[in-house]
Design a protein. Structure first.
Length: 292
């Protein structure tokens, strides 16, 4: 029996969740859309798994736009502002002009209080500020509590809902209904499950990834293989891949400019990370083309 995710809920953060409202299309529907392109006289009709894998490898994305996922999502406004960068979706958000907002706001856990990253201007680093973390969490909880106290007082005094909400913090929870086709949904997951993504939005993306894996198992497996878990080298990185493998095998850390023209800064860090994912050959292992 086909899997039906309707009504499935996954809790996220302290008070958030994703709720599957509906979904349209299956792996078979994606393949049926692709086969419309087949001309009479084609010698071979691929089975569904092979066809999906071929389309994923070659970037034939339009058939994946024939499947959709519709979610209800409860999330902090600060996460929603990051999420809204996905402009290919359709969504409608809860309005603080029409409704009185419930007293719900996100308070991070102690391990989320980290130093600013030295390599990513928009992200946090690895080091937890253990001595200051308690103060930071207290600030978030206190400010949220006081903000809603003033909000409710203003409402009781007759202030319009659209004006009374101004003091509320970005940690305030909101809700939205969000609908996206499978092609753009996979692009969202690629970006938002990345280690470089904001931790909070990554928790939502990983929950959505569970839904995608259940609803479209063939598509999901191919996407993991060819996109999410793949390593892609740029044209100027390819000439030095084997040189880098030999350097790593000799114990190099690739902290100095590498290649010609040299890779430096963030380019060098990204290249080194790719090489670590590729792995190293054993001592005396295979050499690159033209090497002895």
């Amino acid at each position: 029996m086909p899997w039906d995710p309707k009504g499935g809920r996954i809790d996220v953060l302290d008070q958030g969740y994703i709720l599957v409202v509906d979904h349209w299309g299956t792996d078979a529907d994606v393949c049926a859309a692709a086969r419309v392109s087949y001309a009479e006289g084609c010698k071979q009709v691929k089975d569904d798994a092979a066809l999906i894998d071929y389309m994923m490898r070659h970037g034939h994305t339009s058939p994946f736009e024939q499947a959709f996922l519709k979610l209800e999502i409860k999330l902090p406004i600060v996460v929603e502002r990051e999420w809204a960068r996905t402009r290919t979706a359709s969504w409608n958000e809860m309005s603080g002009r029409y409704s009185v907002l419930p007293e719900e706001f996100y308070v991070p856990t102690l391990d989320r209080v980290r130093r600013q990253s030295t390599t990513n201007r928009q992200g946090s680093g690895e080091e937890v500020l253990t001595k200051y973390a308690g103060h930071c969490i207290d600030h978030a909880a206190s400010i949220g509590g006081w903000a809603f106290k003033f909000y409710n007082e203003d409402l009781a005094a007759g202030v319009a809902r659209e004006g009374a909400r101004f003091p509320l913090p970005l940690s305030t929870y909101t809700k939205k209904v969000w609908t996206l086709d499978l092609h753009n949904l996979l692009h969202f997951l690629k970006l938002r499950t990345s280690p470089e993504a904001m931790w909070e939005i990554r928790q939502y993306a990983e929950a959505i990834e569970e839904v995608v894996a259940e609803a479209w198992p063939l598509t999901y497996a191919s996407w993991r293989n060819h996109v999410k878990d793949a390593v892609t080298f740029s044209a100027d990185e390819l000439p030095v891949v084997w040189e880098a493998i030999e350097a790593f095998s000799a114990g190099a850390k690739l902290e100095d400019p590498f290649g010609c023209p040299p890779l430096t800064g963030s380019r060098l860090r990204e290249f080194a990370a790719k090489m670590k994912r590729v792995g190293l050959p054993p001592t005396g292992g295979p050499k690159g083309p033209g090497r002895t």
